[in-house]
Design a protein around this ligand. Structure first.
Ligand SMILES: NC(=O)c1ccc[n+]([C@@H]2O[C@H](COP(=O)([O-])OP(=O)(O)OC[C@H]3O[C@@H](n4cnc5c(N)ncnc54)[C@H](OP(=O)(O)O)[C@@H]3O)[C@@H](O)[C@H]2O)c1
Ligand SMILES: N[C@@H](CCO)C(=O)O
Ligand code: NA
Length: 428
């Protein structure tokens, strides 16, 4: 008897997954055990890029997760509801679940994994982070004997694609976003990509796996890329950096607290993450004793994501074929305690800031004095441009506590000579 799949969603990822499953030659022979039994969609009238028997497609998704014949539910619909309820129903009916839905896992992971553990089934989510890049299973298995110190990632394909084209072609933000949507990289609502929320969901998942505890999504500091301008990209370039949306989870050396954050960051050009361009993602994991290991590959798109989804399905087929009495602890997620996440004001980092000031003598000195009052030391100060009669001054600081830097900025904002501070970015 074959293993019966109930797939929820036949959009970019669902279509890619069905295409992969319908084209088995040269792939793992275990795939031949799989039957696409039901596929749930919103509309039966839409033209699809795959052919499926008429009785397979349905708009009754609840019937799929309740159907005793379905062995594995593959949730590829996205969004919070009804995805969350359908996943929970599937688990409660004793079905394994594969999902690409980082939004649901980052918010309802505790509820979902507890339900799965109680039901004695697995929830697999390789596609949820880094698209096609194997990173979930390596963190759960191959690297799990390490003490992880830091996970630093470019984990949103859409924003990396946008920033890369803004940098290399000087393209306009909204044109490039439209291309990312057309290519199937962006979320149904691309705000979650652009505002950094998708990356925040993903780093919460990676931090949970890397540091062995639950993560409260509200504790993850998050800034998106809307504030990144062509001007900043040009200044960063001159100073030897590229701007990337980084997601970082790092253990403080002197406490058990974590820093978990997403923000545009100036990355030094020689750093391995600086050369990750377009829709590619990379996740740099640092641990003891392994040192540094980096995972690189396509972070979004139909085929790449289908590869991750189908590898999860294949793992479950193997489980179903070898039925064990006790669950495999390397497949489950049983964290009970929450990780303690430090507030962003405690972060120690370098900053890039761009000021528009009156073009008067002594402005740079006044800036330096304010920074000095709060122990902020400057690595470089550049004054090259003018904008609308205002002088443009760019500073890069040495490492500073974010709280102290913000106090200095509050004082600087009150200086008569300062018109505005259009950009404030962290430097890796
Ligand atoms: N796109 C990527 O590159 C990528 C990569 C990694 C992970 N993901 C994740 O994969 C999931 C799917 O993404 P996608 O890009 O494939 O989305 P998509 O193209 O928007 O497809 C969503 C599919 O789900 C169906 N659907 C949505 N809500 C439904 C509802 N309430 N009832 C019935 N059917 C419903 C839609 O049906 P209709 O076709 O009838 O409208 C559609 O087939 C998301 O969680 C996303 O975050 C995407
Ligand atoms: N919208 C997501 C899809 C992959 O998770 C991205 O651009 O990375
Ligand atoms: Na992945």
């Amino acid at each position: 008897m074959g293993v019966k799949l109930g797939i929820l969603g036949l959009g970019t990822v669902g279509t890619g997954t069905v295409q992969l499953l319908q084209d088995m030659v040269g792939r793992n022979p275990l795939l031949q055990e799989i039957e696409i039994y039901r596929v749930g969609v919103r509309s039966l009238d839409k033209i699809r890029n795959v052919e499926l028997p008429a009785q397979v497609l349905t708009t009754d998704l609840a019937a799929i997760v309740n159907d005793p014949a379905v062995d594995i539910v593959v949730e590829l619909m996205g969004g919070l509801e009804p995805a969350r309820s359908l996943i929970l129903k599937a688990l409660n009916h004793g079905k394994h679940v594969v999902t690409a839905n980082k939004a649901v896992i980052a918010r309802f992971g505790a509820e979902i994994f507890t339900t799965a553990n109680q039901a004695g089934v697995y929830v697999m989510l390789e596609a949820a982070v880094g698209g096609g890049i194997p990173v979930i299973q390596p963190l759960k298995q191959s690297l799990s004997v390490n003490r992880i110190n830091t996970v630093t990632g470019i984990i949103n394909g859409t924003t990396n694609y946008i920033l890369t084209r803004m940098q290399t072609e000087g393209s306009n933000f909204s044109d490039v976003l439209a291309d990312a949507q057309r290519l199937g990289y962006a979320e149904a609502d691309p705000t979650s990509d652009v505002e950094g929320l998708d990356a925040a969901d993903k780093i919460a998942i990676l931090a949970s796996l890397g540091f062995g505890g639950r993560i409260n999504l509200e504790d993850v500091y998050c800034e998106g890329i809307r504030q990144v301008s062509k001007t900043d990209i040009t200044y960063a370039e001159k100073l030897g950096f590229v701007i990337k949306l980084l997601a970082i989870a790092k253990k403080y050396t002197d406490s058990s607290d974590l820093s978990v954050r997403v923000h545009p960051t100036l990355v030094p050009k020689p750093h391995p993450l600086a050369s990750i361009n377009g829709v590619y993602n990379a996740i740099l994991v640092e641990g003891e004793p392994i040192g540094q290991v980096m995972f690189f590959g396509p972070g979004a798109g139909a085929g790449a994501t289908a590869s991750a989804v189908t590898s999860d399905i294949l793992n479950l087929v193997a489980v179903l074929k070898t039925s064990t009495a006790n669950p495999n602890p390397l497949f489950t997620c049983a964290h009970q305690d929450y990780c303690q996440i430090a507030p962003i004001t405690e972060l120690v980092t370098r900053f890039y800031a761009r000021f528009l000031t009156k073009d008067q003598p002594g402005v740079i000195g006044k800036l330096g004095t304010c920074f000095g009052n709060y122990g902020v030391s400057l690595e470089s100060v550049v004054q090259t441009g003018f904008q609308g009669g205002l002088a443009e001054i760019v500073v890069v600081t040495h490492d500073v506590r974010e709280g102290d830097f913000r106090k200095a900025l509050a004082e600087i904002k009150n200086l008569e000579d300062i018109d505005s501070i259009p950009s404030l970015l962290r430097v890796l």
